[in-house]
Ligand binder design. Structure first.
Ligand code: SAM
Length: 346
């Protein structure tokens, strides 16, 4: 047991310790400045029914004062250079951001697009959650955001945004991550939910946050366990973790079994194979087949065919790596991929 830990854990994994209890009791027992990354997804005070029996419909001032207490406790255990993320409704994060501004350094307010919401009469259609991102001290010790693929049409594979005509200046490693995340799906269907009371988050979100703000071996804390999404991703990505949950923890424990983590790990591998490049491999191949530009093949008048070399090599390499997983789209009458040799002699 490291001195970052409050007491004997209720469950342990190779990298983590899980506590059943109130984070307001547990956090003060932890060593000061011991956490590299804190991610918190508290109840939103929307009157939900939680298995712990907690009251999720309290007066505004009571909710905010409770939130300030646990946030203060998190700030104490965060290391200098550590990062703090708070996922909540914009309504609560406006007030809690003002509180955090006095204690930590503001980095971003990330809007996470939510789909399938219902319009509310007399209000704007709510379509994002907010994710506050702070660090302790002037800058975060770790900041390594993923880059995303360009958005393309699923039918014709053309890009959907024109990036101001600067295609030739684009980083082949992908598009810079912005503070509006539109690609995080909700975990909505009961069949895929582990816990109906926990508002389980997509592991893509945790993967993005953990990748951006921690390194393997770092210690990640999530004081509101729910179904254990943070802990599962931390374990898969080889971060140490500490978890707390007021309600039952049996579903979190089951989720942490190696077989289950393997399935979630495969999902993340699949997802990660599509980012940190301008185009996912299959889209890259299809774009080439359709005659659209590919990295290294930026259209420049009649020189286009001659500068295709780099693109060919990249596509060939990707296809070799992907052999067995890729099936070429039927592109009747469209250009076929040619060998490197053919390109060199073009
Ligand atoms: C919104 S859910 C978290 C969902 C989680 N991020 C996931 O993806 O599964 C909030 C959780 O915090 C738990 N909780 C509420 N108050 C708590 C407290 N004081 N200490 C620890 N856990 C608490 C609730 O029981 C609930 O499971």
């Amino acid at each position: 047991m490291s001195n970052a830990e409050p007491r004997i854990a209720d469950h342990r994994t190779p990298l983590g310790a899980l506590y059943r209890g109130d984070c307001l009791d547990l956090l003060p027992q932890m060593a000061a400045e011991s956490m590299d990354l804190i991610f918190a997804d508290p109840p939103f005070n929307l009157g939900k029914s939680y298995a712990s029996g907690m009251d999720d419909a309290v007066p505004t001032e009571r909710y905010l004062s409770w939130s300030r207490q646990w946030i203060e406790a998190c700030v104490r255990v965060l290391k200098p250079g550590g990062s703090f993320f708070l996922y909540n409704l914009p309504k609560w994060n406006v007030a809690l951001g003002a509180f955090l501004n006095e204690r930590l350094t503001f980095r971003h307010l990330i809007a996470i697009e939510m789909t399938y919401t219902l319009p509310i009469a007399g209000r704007l259609y709510p379509s994002h959650y907010s994710l506050l991102y702070y660090c302790k001290g002037p800058r975060p010790r770790v900041f390594s955001p993923d880059r995303l693929a360009m958005a393309t049409c699923p039918h014709c594979f053309r890009e959907l945004k024109d990036y101001g005509g600067y295609k030739d200046k684009m980083n082949p490693g992908g598009v810079s991550l912005t503070d509006v995340w539109k690609d995080i799906p909700p975990v909505r269907h009961q069949k895929f939910k582990r816990r109906t009371d926990a508002n389980e988050l997509s592991i893509k979100l945790l993967d993005r946050v953990i990748t951006m703000a921690s390194q393997p071996g770092d210690l990640v804390l999530d004081p509101f366990g729910g179904s254990g999404s943070t802990y599962a991703v931390a374990e898969i990505k080889e971060r140490r973790w500490l978890g707390m949950e007021l309600g039952p923890i049996d579903q979190i424990i089951a989720r942490m079994e190696p077989g289950n983590l393997k399935i979630e790990g495969r999902f993340l591998d699949e997802y990660r194979s599509e980012i940190n490049a301008l185009f996912p491999p299959a889209v890259l191949k299809s774009r080439y087949d359709c005659g659209h530009w590919t990295p290294g093949n930026i259209p420049k008048g009649r020189a286009r065919e001659k500068i295709a070399n780099a693109a060919h090599q990249q596509v060939e390499l990707v296809l070799q790596e992907q052999q067995g997983r890729y099936s070429a789209p039927r592109t009747k009458g469209k250009r076929r991929l040619v060998s490197n040799q053919a390109v060199k002699s073009a």
